[in-house]
Design a protein around this ligand. Structure first.
Ligand SMILES: *[C@@H]1O[C@H](CO)[C@@H](O)[C@H](O)[C@H]1NC(C)=O
Ligand SMILES: *[C@@H]1O[C@H](CO)[C@@H](O)[C@H](O)[C@H]1NC(C)=O
Ligand SMILES: *[C@@H]1O[C@H](CO)[C@@H](O)[C@H](O)[C@H]1NC(C)=O
Ligand SMILES: *[C@@H]1O[C@H](CO)[C@@H](O)[C@H](O)[C@H]1NC(C)=O
Ligand SMILES: *[C@H]1O[C@@H](CO)[C@H](O)[C@@H](O)[C@@H]1NC(C)=O
Length: 379
């Protein structure tokens, strides 16, 4: 411990801009949990495929991602020198040798009572994702022990050496809005959301997971879909145009999440838990859109109608029959790289890349460790 502190100090003196960053973890795998912010094909495999023009910029076809191209989780994989994550639910062409992605579009922490077919959320809530992970761990090792699938399943020690990434919670907050709960009622549910979140992290730790990289939740009041539904009835707007009360709900969630992380560091002492302030990184790109060379941060690149080129009834990729022919009416803009919001709910690849570049070195993290050093414990 003393040696470590000393060597870190030395590094600090020699390389003042890269504190802790030379402690490379060499993560052999990533296991990701979350919602559409990090879904790389789970929802598309199980429920409904993301239609064109999703994926157009990078994959040149829909690739199960809710963006025109790569997501932050893709940049995380690239940066760690690992392949893009296959979705656990996708049985076509998947390769899990360096991890698996359990995230699906519309996932929540807490299982929701309204089913997907009645306008509800993904049934693959965080507790289900944890069951999938646990089953994957046991079954992949049983298969490997028989000498099968050696080149498409992770090695045994990859689970304990992997980076476990999380980005979930945004939909728990919007689910409350869908149910017409007041902001106070939603806040009252946050401790239960965070309690269930903590339980999942503890369970993954019990199964051997050690490195956790946890994104907090985004500024809800700056998203096009929230503005579209609530701007007319929300007078409290900040100087950038975001709805203050909805950003405060996100902040409340994040404070509780941070408190839970602090507690977890005591409860699961061998874990390295990095809390990443995505809220601030996402707020930064939206509030500084113009200086950064982006167009109106609230206008969706791909969409149709309304004040923001967004309609909840005619979302990106929606088709309609015009003069007897089915055509896409909610189309993409000419240059998605100039825009921040892809479809009114998700970021463009260009925005995700900018956000990733801010967080990768640990500038938004607690403790301030870089991505490649996220096995560094703060306690
Ligand atoms: C679902 O309904 C049960 C029983 O009424 C309730 O306890 C639970 O909080 C509800 N879950 C959500 C996410 O609203
Ligand atoms: C899976 O990916 C790994 C690493 O990228 C590669 O070595 C392996 O051959 C791939 N397996 C299959 C079945 O393609
Ligand atoms: C919420 O309120 C809207 C508008 O008043 C209404 O259309 C909708 O049915 C309500 N939703 C629920 C779940 O009560
Ligand atoms: C539909 O067909 C009519 C008659 O041919 C034409 O005037 C109109 O412009 C067409 N509408 C669209 C949207 O193509
Ligand atoms: C959103 O609307 C579509 C048509 O429905 C246009 O093709 C896009 O260019 C437009 N995007 C923006 C940013 O205005």
């Amino acid at each position: 411990m003393e040696f470590k502190v000393y060597s870190l100090l030395l590094i600090f003196l020699l390389l003042p801009n890269s504190v802790l960053s030379s402690n490379k973890c060499n993560f052999p795998a990533i296991f990701n949990f979350g919602d559409s912010n990090s879904d790389t094909g789970g929802f598309s495999a199980a429920f409904r495929q993301a239609p064109p023009p999703y994926g157009e910029t990078f994959f040149h076809a829909p690739a199960g991602r809710y963006s025109d191209g790569r997501l932050i989780i893709d940049f995380i994989a690239e940066s760690l020198g690992l392949p893009y994550l296959s979705a656990f639910l996708d049985s076509v062409g998947s390769n899990f040798s360096h991890g698996a992605n359990f995230a699906t579009y519309a996932s929540t922490i807490r299982p929701q009572n309204l089913s997907l077919s009645s306008g509800g959320y993904s049934p693959i809530s965080l507790d289900v994702q944890q069951v999938e992970y646990s089953g994957f761990l046991t079954r992949s090792q049983a298969v490997r022990e028989k000498g099968l699938s050696l080149d498409s399943l992770p090695e045994k020690d990859y689970f304990s050496r992997a980076l476990h990434t999380f980005d979930i919670g945004q939909n728990d907050l919007t689910a409350g809005l869908d149910l017409n709960l007041t902001l106070e009622e939603i806040k009252a549910q946050v401790p239960d959301m965070i309690g269930q979140y903590s339980c999942v992290i503890k369970e993954i730790y019990r199964l051997g997971g050690r490195a956790f990289w946890i994104h907090n939740t985004a500024p809800l009041g700056c998203f096009t879909y929230v503005l579209d539904a609530l701007a007319a009835t929300t007078p409290e707007v900040d100087r950038y145009g975001c709805l203050i009360p909805y950003n405060e709900v996100s902040q409340y969630f994040n404070v509780k999440l941070y408190e839970a992380v602090v507690l977890l560091r005591e409860e699961i002492p061998l874990a390295a838990i990095t809390y990443v302030d995505m809220y601030s990184a996402k707020y930064a790109i939206i509030s500084q859109a113009e200086e950064l060379g982006f167009e109106d941060p609230f206008r969706a690149c791909c969409g149709y109608g309304g004040d923001y080129n967004y309609s909840r009834f005619t979302r990106c990729g929606s088709k309609a029959v015009v003069n007897g022919t089915e055509v896409v009416v909610a189309k993409s803009c000419k240059d998605p790289s100039a825009w921040i919001s892809w479809d009114g709910l998700h970021f463009t690849e260009a925005a995700s890349k900018w956000i990733f570049d801010q967080i990768v070195d640990g500038s938004f993290s607690d403790p301030p460790v870089s991505l490649e050093s996220a096995c560094t414990r703060s306690n």
